[in-house]
Design a protein around this ligand. Structure first.
Ligand code: ZN
Length: 635
């Protein structure tokens, strides 16, 4: 080793990834590269080649739902038509919005506007009920703000001011394409910003949203309707459900709904219409002319530090794979994911769950009855691996007409999805449904179903490969699997039982002990300086608890191996988080992402475990040394 080489003992992330970081180049159309982002680029590359061949008729697939994905892909590429039509496809809807002159008229048009994708004074959703996760409930939610978080609206937040100016600049340029007079354009924009500022005072911050179990606030319809009056919620629900109108609603962010009159009220009605007009127009740009689409992306590009737009072909693939995610994921899985790998990883999940159960039995801070409940929860975790066997009927219902414009096709597709979502209310929750498609490079735990999903997209090197050693795979996909299962016992997941219901299965003292450990984990990360900002320990605590659990359970499996290779384990753990990110995106992540920055994920958790110190002979004085009394292992 020469003196310029970073030592593992001081900075594992840099020692493993330093060479790569020196030369890696972030593609112009991306905010980052490396790790999962690089895998996403790889998936994109092979799938874009396939879509190109499908669209040219050089290749065929036997998945019937893919036909519409390919048609939609073609519509994005049809720039002759998109450029010829310009802003025209969205104008009838915008004119309709302009014709609404009072709250009473809005009430009469609310259902119609909802299916056209216009934002109403409140957002509506149908989702699994947190208290009884086998059935659905109807949710009422406050509106979204323009900036990434309510904290950006603080008087002294310069980033917020800069971003709002960029947003206003974009909106002004797009408004110039409409038939509005110059004076009206200015008024619409001013009102949009004013209405948004009022909303920002009432809706939840990202930190508040991160405690998602607090979304469960059942209220009866009369109470909620009285809050949001004169907006006629009962009338809207009657239009959607007739006699089957739900009488109990779940209010995700009670402050935004109780105090809705601070933004939506008859005096602000015009502001609301102008806000809805501008937001509808900006959202539509993606499906209008190339020029409008590029303008409509400019704010997001600045926000994430992305230098250029993706190629037209990439835009086409991205839209088709997002709208038809399940058929596309099934195609990807069937074509590029092997059965042998699937069996191998399913076995690994089982092994991790069994190891977890043993660790729960030996847990030092849980009473026997709490341990029993935790083990029951582990025993019933369902695993979704690779991609689904079947494509759900919804995907073949997502149709549009061949001669539709791109905008019109998207409008129809959104309306079908909206109807499908509302129609679920009185049906049981379908737990065989997948929330992450097969081509996605991600993994997830669903607390309301107590299941884990590992799409084929993430089951690749360096996370997983049949060619990698067992130790490497444990430091990669193994720790990710352990992470997802740990979400069943993070500060949110711990509130749900084995059925996915919000239900307290803890004794008071056990929960107090867990909360003390949660506080330790918050403190371990809170305030760490990172690229001119600071980590918010509270915002990232659930993911850090999950990383900590994932590492704890896989290191236990390592201890049982014939020839565990601990350095290989930790090096691959650091390798999977390797990433180069644009400065703008880093700042965004610090306020919005519930995950810690990758370098901290790579470097913080190892020091909580004795194996780290043995693997590299880490001693006091080394950069990655933590005294034993400060080390945390929760699960
Ligand atoms: Zn997670």
């Amino acid at each position: 080793m020469n003196e310029t080489t970073v030592r593992f003992q001081d900075d594992l992330y840099e020692a493993v990834n330093g060479e790569w970081l020196k030369t890696a180049v972030i593609p112009d159309d991306m905010p980052m590269t490396g790790g999962p982002a690089e895998l996403t680029q790889g998936v994109e590359k092979i799938m874009m080649a396939d879509f190109k061949a499908f669209a040219a008729g050089e290749k065929a697939t036997d998945i019937p739902e893919m036909r519409y994905a390919i048609d939609l892909y073609r519509k994005v590429l049809d720039t002759d038509r998109r450029d010829r039509e310009g802003v025209a496809p969205v104008l009838p809807l915008l004119e309709r919005l302009r014709s609404i002159n009072s709250v009473e008229e809005l009430n009469g048009a609310a259902a119609e506007l909802l299916f056209q994708g216009v934002e109403l004074p409140v957002q509506l959703d149908v989702a699994a009920d947190m208290q009884d996760a086998e059935r659905h409930s109807f949710a009422v939610i406050g509106p979204d703000v323009i900036l990434p978080d309510t904290t950006y609206y603080a008087e002294d937040n310069d980033a917020g001011k800069r971003l709002l100016a960029l947003y206003a600049d974009m909106a002004a340029k797009v408004l110039a394409y409409t038939p509005l007079s110059a004076e009206e354009q200015k008024q619409y924009l001013d009102d949009t910003l004013a209405y948004d500022a009022l909303i920002a005072k009432k809706v939840k911050s990202q930190l508040e949203w991160s405690e998602y179990y607090k979304c469960h606030n059942p209220m009866d319809l009369d109470t909620v309707a009285a809050y949001v009056a004169p907006f006629d919620l009962r009338g809207l629900l009657a239009a959607l459900y007739g006699e089957q109108t739900p009488e109990i609603l779940i209010v995700y962010d009670p402050r935004a709904i109780r105090e809705i009159n601070a933004y939506f009220c008859p005096e602000n009605f015009e502001k609301y219409i102008h806000w809805a007009y501008v937001r509808t127009l900006l959202r539509a740009t993606a499906y209008l002319s190339e020029e409008l689409a590029a303008l409509g992306r400019s704010y997001r590009r600045a926000l994430t530090g992305v230098a250029a737009d993706p190629s037209l072909e990439k835009q086409a693939w991205q839209l088709a794979s997002r709208v038809y995610s399940e058929p596309v994921g099934v195609y990807y899985g069937r074509t590029y994911f092997g059965e042998e790998a699937k069996k191998d990883v399913v076995a690994l999940v089982q092994r991790i769950i069994e190891t977890y159960k043993r660790r729960m039995e030996q847990n030092a801070f849980l009473a026997p009855e709490t341990k029993e409940q935790a083990i029951r929860k582990l025993s019933t975790v369902e695993t979704k691996m690779g991609y689904p066997d079947e494509i759900k009927p919804l995907w073949s219902a997502l149709r549009f007409d061949e001669d539709d414009s791109l905008y019109e096709a998207m409008r129809k597709l959104n309306a079908i999805r909206q109807r499908d979502s509302f129609d679920r209310l009185h049906k049981p929750v379908d737990r065989t449904e997948w929330v992450l498609p097969g081509h996605m490079v991600n993994a997830g735990y669903n607390p309301l179903a107590n299941d884990v999903t590992f799409p084929a997209g993430i089951l690749q090197k360096p996370f997983y490969s049949l060619e990698q050693s067992v130790s490497e795979n444990l430091g990669g996909i193994g720790a990710v699997i352990g992470h997802e299962i740990s979400h069943a016992f993070d500060n949110n997941g711990a509130k749900f039982d084995e059925h996915g219901n919000l239900h307290n299965w803890w004794t008071e003292s056990d929960f107090a002990a867990f909360e003390a450990l949660t506080k330790d984990m918050i403190a371990q990360f809170d305030g760490i300086e990172y690229h001119g900002g600071r980590v918010n320990g509270e915002l990232v605590v659930s993911e850090n608890i999950a990383d900590n659990g994932g590492m704890g359970v896989t290191l236990e499996i390592m201890r049982g191996l014939d020839a565990p290779d601990y350095p290989a384990y930790f090096m691959n753990w650091a390798r999977v988080w390797c990433m180069k990110i644009k400065e703008e995106f880093i700042r965004l992540q610090l306020t919005n992402d519930v995950h810690s920055p990758n370098v901290l994920r790579a470097n913080m958790q190892p020091r909580n475990f004795p194996e780290w110190y043995e693997a590299f002979g880490v001693k006091e004085g080394d950069g990655m040394y933590l005294p034993p009394e400060k080390r945390i292992s929760i699960w």
